[in-house]
Design a binder for this molecule. Structure first.
Ligand SMILES: NC(=O)c1ccc[n+]([C@@H]2O[C@H](COP(=O)([O-])OP(=O)(O)OC[C@H]3O[C@@H](n4cnc5c(N)ncnc54)[C@H](OP(=O)(O)O)[C@@H]3O)[C@@H](O)[C@H]2O)c1
Length: 329
């Protein structure tokens, strides 16, 4: 796999990053550790977790921590093999300080993440969701503090629009805070609402690390029109985690399947390699239940799609409309 820059950070990451949202359940601790070791053996150098992740058992306000603990155990004797990203901000309890992007919450949670991850430093610390209750500069000041303390190396954002990233860069410039270097957004052939933000990221040195490039498995070809989902699939085990379906979904999936056949690759590899052709892409965060799924993602990173097929994909799954920019196109 050819490494890619993670924005302007100077870090080089593999085009595939291992996601950990399912660690704990349905992927047991032992299997999760084996998956992490397999990912390292396959050349992956980037892992994404969050303080809230605890697999399918997660409910709004549950305490989290399970996936970070597993990552800590797996990397105990190989910490230098992985760039470790984790997130803060999602609800972890009922109290007002148990969530969000206040200094109190961030300064407390970073300690907990460090302890669970069994590390001295988090390579990439990501604010999970926007928090409209907290002034952005309060959050950036807390991030600045933990960067200066050596607990965090780089700062990233997740689920933020380009205008919010712009505000972060502006405040960072104004108050000499750490700049945002990565953007983690939902992005796949089926979900392109952040499409036009990618150019902003490209222009401003922000590496995009999208999640759900396989749309939770929908883009693997294992779900068929009119058929029940396979027994051990996410749609069978945890349907409320699946993306909404609409009438045209299977038309689009079948259209993509035809393009994948034209390219001579599986639908999974088509969907992932297509995502990697998009602007500012640093690394796709891919979830996996088995080693073969990680192998599939790694193989996808070496697929080169013909530009004609990339254009045809736009016809099957069009990007959102936007006002044409007469200056930059
Ligand atoms: N920042 C955020 O708000 C946010 C939100 C969501 C996720 N994330 C991150 O993104 C990561 C990925 O998210 P995700 O797991 O929901 O999405 P995903 O990568 O689109 O889907 C992964 C799931 O698809 C199935 N799959 C993967 N490869 C396959 C293959 N080759 N053949 C057949 N099935 C395959 C597996 O599920 P089954 O085998 O069980 O069907 C796997 O768990 C998470 O782990 C997390 O790190 C971040």
């Amino acid at each position: 796999m050819q490494m890619r820059p993670l924005g302007s950070s100077g870090l080089l990451v593999t085009p595939v990053c291992l996601g950990t949202m399912t660690f704990g359940t349905p992927v047991s601790e032992a299997d999760s550790i084996s998956l992490i070791h397999a990912a390292i053996d396959l050349g992956i150098n980037f892992i994404d977790t969050a303080n809230v992740y605890e697999g399918y058992r997660r409910f709004l306000g549950s305490a989290g921590g399970v996936a970070e603990e597993i990552v800590g155990k797996a990397l105990r004797d190989r910490r230098d093999k992985m760039i470790v990203a984790t997130k803060v901000g999602a609800p972890l309890g009922p109290g007002p300080q148990d969530r969000g992007l206040s200094a109190v919450h961030i300064l407390r949670e970073v300690e907990r993440s460090l302890r669970r991850l069994q590390t001295d430093v988090i390579d990439l610390y990501i604010i999970h969701w926007p928090d409209k209750q907290v002034p952005l500069d309060v959050t950036l000041e807390a991030i600045d503090t933990i960067v200066r303390q050596g607990k965090v190396r780089y700062f990233g954002a997740s689920n933020h629009a380009a205008w919010q990233l712009c505000e972060m860069l502006w405040l960072a410039d104004r108050h000499a805070r750490p700049p945002v270097i990565s953007s983690q957004i939902p992005f796949s052939l089926l979900r392109r609402e952040f499409q036009h933000d990618l150019n902003f990221c490209q222009q401003h040195g922000i590496g995009v690390t999208p999640y759900q490039a396989l749309q939770g498995g929908l883009l693997t070809g294992k779900y068929r029109r009119g058929q029940a989902p396979p027994a051990d699939s996410r749609a069978a085990e945890k349907p409320d985690w699946m993306w909404k379906t609409d009438e045209g979904l299977f038309d689009r999936l079948e259209g993509i399947e035809r393009l994948a056949a034209e390219a001579g690759v599986s639908m999974t590899r088509f969907a992932l390699s297509w995502a990697l052709t998009q602007p500012a892409m640093s690394s796709l965060i891919v979830g996996a239940k088995r080693r073969e799924q990680v192998e599939d993602a790694v193989a996808a990173a070496d697929v080169r799609l013909a530009s004609e097929l990339i254009q045809k994909a736009d016809a099957v799954c069009p990007p959102p409309w936007r006002q044409p920019d007469p200056i930059r196109g």
